[in-house]
Design a protein around this ligand. Structure first.
Ligand SMILES: C[C@@H](O)C(=O)SC[C@H](NC(=O)CC[C@H](N)C(=O)O)C(=O)NCC(=O)O
Ligand code: NI
Length: 280
């Protein structure tokens, strides 16, 4: 990677902002996340000219917390979730208690609470109205950011780790191999798992490609300069699929790259993002 690009990636202050994905029923999903997961509705916008609406939900203000950005396209009530998207992870102090609360709220627990197969961490899975899987993950101690993970399946873990560190500027936090169940995990992020949302990349032995479907869209990450970020990505051999510049009608500067498996990452100018929040 060209020295200037590598220097930029190292000095740029970046943060995971939100995950963007399409839902079949906006009102039902908002209520589900509020009732089952205790999320707050942070923002809502309707864009009639684009025939879509967005809702942002999470556990704290977007200035400091990760958010779920739901997209409802008028008249579209179902999507193909594909195989590549795995789950969103929610950290909780007592997964058994949260499982019970989800059931009481009418949520769909698709995997009962208990130790993860081949490990000790207590997890459960809940399916949302569109079919997205939410993993409930038991965690000791303080949980300043309950939105813990975005899990994606990848075809070559070393290739992904190189991209997520060199182009995305993330830190490899840990890896975990599970030979009994034939998979390896890599956790990467801009901060420790205990206090920031991270990518959980899953490699299933021998599996190189996954159908992506049309439901999950991307993760948005803040940057101090989309032009320098795009140049650095290109210098590192990254595939920039949206040239840096303002979003028509909104003005927020963005750029977008594809990771080695084709998952999209959108970089958002941090100052523009904060201005957007002021206008809500
Ligand atoms: C650490 C925690 O965040 C996990 O997500 S591990 C959960 C575990 N993952 C896998 O099995 C990944 C490989 C799998 N073939 C896949 O592609 O998803 C899991 O889902 N365990 C299932 C269970 O019931 O324990
Ligand atoms: Ni997980």
């Amino acid at each position: 990677m060209a020295a200037a690009g590598a220097d930029w990636v190292k000095q740029d202050e970046r943060r995971m902002l939100h995950a963007v994905y399409r839902v079949g029923d906006m009102d039902k999903t908002i209520k589900y996340y509020q009732d089952c997961f205790g999320m707050k509705l942070l923002r809502y916008r309707d864009i009639p000219e684009g025939k879509y609406s967005n809702a942002f939900l999470g556990y704290g203000p977007e200035e400091t917390h990760f958010a779920m950005e739901l997209t409802y396209n008028y008249g579209v009530d179902s999507y193909d979730l594909g195989e590549g998207f795995g789950h969103f992870g929610i950290a909780a102090p007592d997964v058994y208690k949260l499982e019970s609360a989800v059931k009481t709220a009418g949520g769909n627990v698709s995997r009962a609470a208990g130790p993860v197969k081949g490990g000790k961490t207590v997890i459960a899975f809940v399916d949302d109205p569109t079919g997205y899987k939410f993993e409930l993950i038991q965690r000791e101690g303080e949980i300043p950011e309950p939105l813990a993970q975005v899990m994606l399946r990848v075809g070559d873990l070393d290739r992904s780790i190189k991209f997520y560190t060199e182009v995305m500027g993330m830190k490899l936090l840990r890896t975990r191999d599970n030979p009994e169940y034939k998979y390896t995990l890599a956790f990467l992020g801009y901060g420790p798992e205990e206090s920031s949302t991270v990518f959980e990349l899953t490699y299933n032995y021998g599996r190189e490609t996954y159908e992506k479907g049309n439901a999950y869209a991307q993760v948005a990450i803040s940057t101090q300069d989309v032009y320098k970020t795009a140049e650095a990505a290109k210098a590192a051999g990254g595939n920039v699929v949206r040239e840096p510049g303002p979003v028509p009608g909104i003005g927020t500067k963005i750029t977008a790259v594809l990771d080695p498996d084709g998952y999209k990452i959108v970089f958002v100018d941090n100052e523009d993002f904060l201005k957007e929040l002021e206008q809500k």
